[in-house]
Design a protein around this ligand. Sequence first.
Ligand SMILES: Cc1cc2nc3c(=O)[nH]c(=O)nc-3n(C[C@H](O)[C@H](O)[C@H](O)COP(=O)(O)OP(=O)(O)OC[C@H]3O[C@@H](n4cnc5c(N)ncnc54)[C@H](O)[C@@H]3O)c2cc1C
Length: 521
Amino acid sequence: MVTLSPHHPQALLLSLPLGFAAKCLPSDSTCFPSQDEFNALSKSLPTADVIYPGLSRYKAWSDAISLHNQRLDSDHIPHCAVRAQSEEDVILVVKFCSENNLLLSIKSTGHCYSGNCVQQDSFLLDMSLMNDLSLNADGESITLQPGSNFDALYALNEESGTQSVGGMCGTVGPVGFSLGGGHGPLIRSYGLGTDQILSVDLVTAAGKLISVSKSSDPDLFWALQGGGGGSFGVVTSITLRTHPAPSSLTSYVCNYPLSLSIDYEVGDSGVATVGSWWSDVMPNLPNEWTFFSVLLPAPIPLEQNIPEYDKNTMQGLLSLEGLFNGDYSSAVESLGLQGLLDLDVDRQMSCKFENHTSLKTWHDSRWFGKTPVPTRNYMSTSFAQKNFDGKNLAKVAVNAILNTDNTMSSFFGIQTGGAVNSASDTDTAISSAFRNSDMLMEIDANWILKSNDDAQTAWTHGVGLDVAALDDIAGAYVNEPDPNLDDWEDMFWGANFQRLQEIKSAVDPTAFFECWQCVHA
Ligand SMILES: Cc1cc2nc3c(=O)[nH]c(=O)nc-3n(C[C@H](O)[C@H](O)[C@H](O)COP(=O)(O)OP(=O)(O)OC[C@H]3O[C@@H](n4cnc5c(N)ncnc54)[C@H](O)[C@@H]3O)c2cc1C
């Protein structure tokens, strides 16, 4: 069983770690504002009001506090919420919370894995209703409000003949994604989501709306490129670089069985296939390709149609899902040259190339492009460094998947490298572990019943530790964190954490913005 880390949000309220300020919570009547004061704030907001738990505004309240991860439902209940619809709403809420020393939560689309976007007993600023996005007059950038999402962005890209670096899940928002890193199907062509940021409009701890770019404030801009959400201000919009779209994109999918065998390292267990893919083929692919190595205990019902899959002899699946940012003939040629088309030919199942007119059509056709069904979830991530030993990693990954009884668990390897490696370790706040990686690994458990929380949490946390213990595996992804990770500052940011702390002290000297696993002074 995973014990509550002393830094977990619930523990945070009881004992504050170094760098966190004591906030005034609703239980403390000596400092907490009166209801009259909350009512006065509500009246002053131009386009919103303050709402509370209860039946009178049930739908608004439940939408405001809803989180993608159902595991967090019971202990992430704020005291009150404002569903902001204008920058002025945001400014007034920040000033009220700052003057009264209240714990503020900032939520955009609510995909935060650890629940730090809706903190217990906080004042919640829900940004999801601010969801406009538009192509700028230069035709080379798009400005988005935090409640928008990748479904909307990819639709705008399709209309405008542009491409943007976004995520795999259409419901996820661009702000938290870009501030923390941002991986997706085009990162090897163009770099991480964070590398696309041109400017950020945000409300500071002093309640001032500022526009931050590399030229206007290089330090704060550096911190916003990888420092994660929640620490430096409330983002009201973000402007991201776009790229001209090619006339077509090509995808390749190929599946291989994973099977239990007496000596699972040899024979047809799948370890040899996975290891060879990771060590011998994947690192040599051109930057136009981004591949996802998905290990699953079984094909996903109604999603993955693999007639060759025989559940009597096969106990798992390696699904290779690749997108080539270019035309069909170059895609086929490059996979042939690098040997993927010949990898374990006898064990290949339902392999096929497809042509797509846009990123949107590819995205909408894939199982991970569908709206995810909210479940209880726990995630652990780490980065495989250049020249990692794919065969050793394959033993741990295949073993974990073959030995879970949860068919909604997965090991999801996102190929990095390519343009992700183009920036230096200190150009942005992204850690060197992420910058120099060849693959981001997500160990992901999803389940329905609360009674399975301990077992599923322990499985994910345990596999995460096994992977992290291997040579040439380092760091963790701030946007997809294990909430019980020790040493998370070092895991998320490595040597860049110190500069992040200095910038945090300078721009938020009273530590007004505070959340679990966020940059602190
Ligand atoms: C189903 C699913 C799929 C995902 N797919 C991907 C993927 O393909 N690639 C990837 O890189 N990541 C992915 N993620 C992780 C995703 O990047 C993070 O959850 C990200 O933080 C979401 O951003 P958001 O704007 O919705 O912020 P939220 O999830 O609402 O909040 C995340 C953090 O940012 C802070 N924050 C939110 N809004 C603001 C704001 N306006 N100003 C300042 N701080 C703010 C919050 O306080 C919190 O700390 C996925 C997550 C889920 C649950």
